[in-house]
Design a protein around this ligand. Structure first.
Ligand code: BGC
Length: 751
């Protein structure tokens, strides 16, 4: 098993608080899964006709598959999505009106990763599993664990990180928490679904080494360490073959090397070929282009329905391929709530909302603070809150991950709730979303491709509304402090989710320039009030060079979920000490990223991953390129010191021990990050790769000794020609720090 990390935290000093969620566990409980014997599966399969078997391996409605009433086998019920249980769709494609489906809306995937808190990964999955169970779902379509290759990918908000190890660890916690509720996880989209432009057909050209070192590890971890019961294939091709029925990805690696015994489910409409789907590992086919006539679905015409039957009856493909799929589907069903009663589950309970708040508190990242924060409500009489995003709601936006949130506290509400009568809060919108219908013209193709054709129109969406801006500036002038809340958006009023959005499915961003004239607004505010904190939402960074230098404080809030406004206010006013760390590098422009400067994005028909393994900080640090904020970076209101690094090899393990001390005046949390580097490799390797981390919470003056054990896989690389993992002898640096650019201590170990 790769990347087995054992952690031991020893308490020294006054007190060490490690996130522990025993109260929530008590409230939610764990149900576990029901494993079934292979003999039982055999006997069931023996009872089935070919038609019945085929029924089990394709969709029966928009979010169900299978069902054989003669044998008392129910349908398998799926639901999106990664950060909350999606609307009820009934059997069709449109959300039902008046359904009882209000749910907990957790901060999005990139927020979860920014917590760097492994316990929270588990809790996050547990809450989702509990709510999915209450809604009668057997499998939840998450987590989204594609690597953030380019900051322009419209779905980065759903994904976790540019780093495979961080993605894998947080994703593994999520999978375990979810499945302990008896609800199956479906990590997605396997693999290299790193862009939305032309997502149904793009052919990603990736070396074997990059696949194994960058695009596979998180999937391997959720399968081997997390025990995922299903995996979702992606839309795109990898090296010429569609990933959903890919011989190497599914048969050789996933089901072969990683011994995955669950079901590979297609993305909705990602099966493109019956023979390949039969032979190359697709176990369930969901939603297909045959269903573009949404009101008259012909499920019998699915690739894995009648066309598969013909192929088997003609002898072209052996029926044993279908039996193997049925076995995997039944195994999945026995493990989930589908065949066994796993209890009721709970929805919209306090414990779930509390978790939404905790993730937001730990996932928001403080990136700049020239002494402005935390704001003191005893001193401030008037605060101006400025920006459209201060009042905008995000839960029902962005694509298939939309959530019918029970409620959503906006930043303006969070600030008002927190300061009460102590501070006068005045609000101005400052800028407004701009849309041009021509951006979305045409029915065919992906929205992302359409917007690329309309680049000139998109640029128009960057101009400020002069009246709104002047109103905001006037307000800023009279306030003691300003909180500007802006950034990206999901969707917009009056249009369906797939259209007119920035962080959204089927759409990539064109660049990282702030939209709707926000740069002008921030600059003008800064010129009249030098007590301005900027809070940005979104699934990626924005260009900063024109506004950051004059801005005293900047908080990256991502899309922080239903309690996001509360958490933002608590951090701004110092009720909560920020502890989030960036899960991706923030460079100034998308052109600085290796996917653009070396490789291609979004390509044209094919996309060349020429940057190879040099994704994110692996590139920026190895090439010593300027970044605005490095991977792993995030500020606190207290300070920490790292000391006493000891690195010792014990046979096939390396123990990394170091002490971290809170040297400031308030409680806070720090993430100890362990990177590894071969000093004289025979093939090119990055100057550092994350292989371990631990988050510790410390009272002022307290210290903790953090022990992180790395196994030999943490030192290996994938040999580009021999096509296998290699542990090269030689001397390795073990670097310990609190960002990829702030290595505090380092030592050596020899293999
Ligand atoms: C998305 C998946 C999603 C599925 C079902 C697809 O278009 O890519 O992430 O789970 O639809 O809604």
């Amino acid at each position: 098993m790769k990347y087995i990390i054992f952690i031991l935290v020893i308490i020294t000093g006054s007190m060490l608080l490690i996130s522990c969620n025993s109260n929530r566990e008590k409230e939610i409980g764990s149900t576990g899964s029901a494993e079934v014997s292979e003999a039982k599966l055999d006997s069931l399969i023996n009872l089935m006709t070919l038609d019945e078997k085929l029924d089990l391996i394709h969709a029966s409605s928009s979010f169900t598959s299978g069902g054989i009433s003669r044998l008392d086998i129910p349908e398998l019920v799926f639901s999106d999505g990664p950060h909350g249980v999606r609307h009820e769709h009934g059997r069709g494609w449109y959300a039902l009106e008046d359904a009882d489906d209000r749910s907990t809306y957790l901060p999005v995937g990139i927020s979860l990763a920014s917590t760097w808190n492994k316990d929270i990964g588990y809790d996050y999955g547990e809450v989702l599993g509990n709510e999915a169970k209450e809604r009668g779902k057997d499998v939840l379509l998450g987590p989204g664990i594609n690597i953030i290759r380019s900051p322009l990918n419209g779905r980065n908000f759903e994904y976790l990180s540019e780093d495979p190890y961080l993605t894998g660890v947080m994703g593994t916690g999520y999978v375990r928490g979810l499945q302990d509720q008896g609800v199956g996880s479906m990590p997605k989209h396997y693999t290299a679904n790193n862009q939305e432009t032309d997502r149904h057909n793009i052919d990603a050209q990736i070396s074997r080494r990059a696949l194994h070192e960058i695009y596979f590890p998180a999937f391997e971890m959720v399968v081997r360490d997390g025990g995922a019961w299903s995996i979702m294939g992606a839309y795109n091709k990898v090296n010429g073959q569609y990933t959903t029925h890919h011989e190497y990805l599914n048969n050789v690696i996933l089901k072969g090397e990683w011994e995955f015994d669950g079901a590979v489910v297609s993305d909705w409409a990602s099966v493109k070929d019956t023979r390949e789907a039969l032979l190359y590992g697709t176990d369930i086919e969901m939603g297909t282009e045959l269903l573009r006539d949404f009101d008259n679905p012909e499920y019998d015409e699915f690739y894995l329905a009648n066309p598969a039957k013909e192929m088997i009856e003609s002898g072209e493909v052996d029926e044993s391929y279908v039996d193997e799929k049925v076995r995997r589907v039944l195994r999945l069903m026995y493990r989930t709530t589908a065949m066994t009663d796993h209890g009721q589950g709970q929805r919209n309970v306090d414990a779930h909302q509390q978790l939404a708040l905790e993730v937001a508190r730990e996932g928001i990242v403080l990136l700049k603070n020239d002494g402005l924060l935390p704001l003191d409500r005893e001193e401030i009489q008037t605060v101006a809150v400025i920006g459209h995003n201060a009042t905008r709601k995000f839960a029902e936006r962005g694509g298939s991950s939309q959530v019918p949130a029970l409620y959503e506290i906006t930043p303006l509400e969070g600030i008002q709730n927190l300061v009460g009568d102590d501070v006068e809060v005045i609000y101005a919108e400052g800028y407004e979303p701009y849309y041009d219908e021509s951006l979305f013209r045409g029915d065919g193709g992906d929205a992302a491709s359409q917007s690329r054709e309309n680049e000139r129109d998109v640029e128009l969406a960057r101009t400020a509304n002069e009246d709104l801006m002047q109103e905001a500036v006037a307000l800023a002038e009279e306030a003691d402090a300003v909180i500007f809340v802006g950034g990206w958006i999901h969707g917009h009023e009056g249009m369906p989710w797939g259209q007119g959005t920035y962080d959204a499915e089927a759409r990539d961003k064109l660049n990282l320039k702030l939209i709707f004239g926000q740069e002008d607004v921030i600059r003008q505010i800064n010129s009249v009030n030098d007590h301005t904190a900027v809070v940005l939402m979104g699934g990626s960074n924005v260009e900063m060079e024109n506004w950051l230098p004059d801005t005293p404080a900047y908080l990256q809030a991502w899309y922080p979920g239903m309690e996001g406004g509360t958490a933002i206010a608590e951090i701004l006013f110092g009720e909560v000490n920020p502890s989030g760390k960036l899960p991706m590098t923030f460079a100034n422009s998308h052109e600085d990223y290796p996917s653009h400067s070396i490789g291609e994005f979004p390509g044209d028909g094919t996309v060349d991953y020429a940057e190879d393994i040099y994704v994110g900080y692996r590139y920026f640090d190895t090439q010593d390129r300027d970044v605005i904020y490095p991977f792993g970076f995030g500020l606190s209101y207290t300070t920490f010191e790292f000391s006493d690094l000891q690195v010792e090899r014990d046979d096939d393990k390396v123990l990394v021990q170091s002490t971290v001390t809170n040297t400031g005046e308030r409680e806070g949390a720090e993430v100890v990050q362990v990177y590894v580097h071969h000093k004289d490799p025979s093939v090119e390797r990055p100057v550092r790769e994350l292989k371990g981390f631990e988050k510790v919470t410390l009272e002022p003056g307290a210290s903790a000794t953090v022990n992180i054990e790395l196994d030999e896989s943490a030192f290996m690389y994938y040999h580009p020609e021999d096509l296998k993992w290699v542990l090269e002898s030689g001397s390795y640096e073990v670097q310990v720090g609190n960002s990829s650019r702030d290595i505090k201590l380092q030592d050596e170990v020899v293999w």
